[in-house]
Design a binder for this molecule. Sequence first.
Ligand SMILES: Cc1cc2nc3c(=O)[nH]c(=O)nc-3n(C[C@H](O)[C@H](O)[C@H](O)COP(=O)(O)OP(=O)(O)OC[C@H]3O[C@@H](n4cnc5c(N)ncnc54)[C@H](O)[C@@H]3O)c2cc1C
Ligand code: FES
Length: 292
Amino acid sequence: MNQSAMIHRILAEVIENRPLPGDQYLLRLHAPKLAPRIKPGHFAHLDCGPEFTVPRPFSFLDADPQAGHVDMLYKVVGRGTEVMRHWQKGREVALIAPVGNQFDLPEKHQKPLLLAGGIGLAPMLYLGRYLKASGFEPTLMYGTETESPFETGLATLPLSSGTTGHSSDALEATLMDAEKSGITNRLSSLNARPGWFHGFVTQLATQWLQSLPEQERNTLYIYTCGPTPMMAAAAKVAEQFSLKGQASLEEHMACGFGGCAGCVAPIGTADNWKHRRVCVDGPVFPLDQVRW
Ligand SMILES: Cc1cc2nc3c(=O)[nH]c(=O)nc-3n(C[C@H](O)[C@H](O)[C@H](O)COP(=O)(O)OP(=O)(O)OC[C@H]3O[C@@H](n4cnc5c(N)ncnc54)[C@H](O)[C@@H]3O)c2cc1C
Ligand code: FES
């Protein structure tokens, strides 16, 4: 994984804080010096106000160096995000960024498979667009039990060029923006929704992987971000099909700078692992190195 970039504390102006379905918000900040330095995997610590002793970590959903802004997608879950939802256009927000390492690109011959769960969609969408712009053909699978924050519609991009006639072809729901960017994507939920796979996103991935010719399957490289049980299941899928990949971990954070060891995760092999700090050594780690 590429190492952390130099971290800065900056003030950025809120351009937009748009409410989306499922109590989710798209926060766009004017940050022209920061935007060119952001890569998929990076995150920021946002200062939610003087009443909060620690900032809140959020992944980047996008960064546009030309326009000079960065985007985050957040879900309201507690005190800090409850404050954030009231931020108005023009407000100044203090943040520390870019924090953490970034996703590595796959090898040239590999095809990225991105597995996103819940709000883990944010870094996966950013990575998907980045991979597409870098000449890869990513496939995104997104599982959520809340409403999709972004518009869904009917897919026109086929799930796989190598297969026809298997049951995944009946899956028609897609994230429209991602599809318009050329990213094949399919959706899953435990709630029955028309066109969505009914089940976990890792079950959707397993079904699709089983349907692929072995030669095509072996070229896949997995990226995942979402709730820990979902990423643990993604690691099992990778193991089952002998695929490599990377996971972006989410741990509760205090200092955010590597000083408190409050965010550690066990990383390494089964008989030789050590605690690594998700805030500065991660959040991205090799999928087969995380001791779930
Ligand atoms: C690397 C990283 C990237 C993240 N990216 C996103 C994102 O893109 N969008 C998004 O909506 N959320 C993201 N999260 C989770 C987000 O940080 C929490 O939802 C948020 O901190 C909750 O704050 P709160 O005050 O509303 O909740 P509270 O529960 O009141 O928070 C109490 C404390 O717990 C911490 N905390 C609570 N939930 C989490 C969590 N899941 N992970 C880490 N710390 C938590 C808070 O930071 C705070 O210190 C990310 C977390 C990490 C570690
Ligand atoms: S949050 Fe303190 S070491 Fe990571």
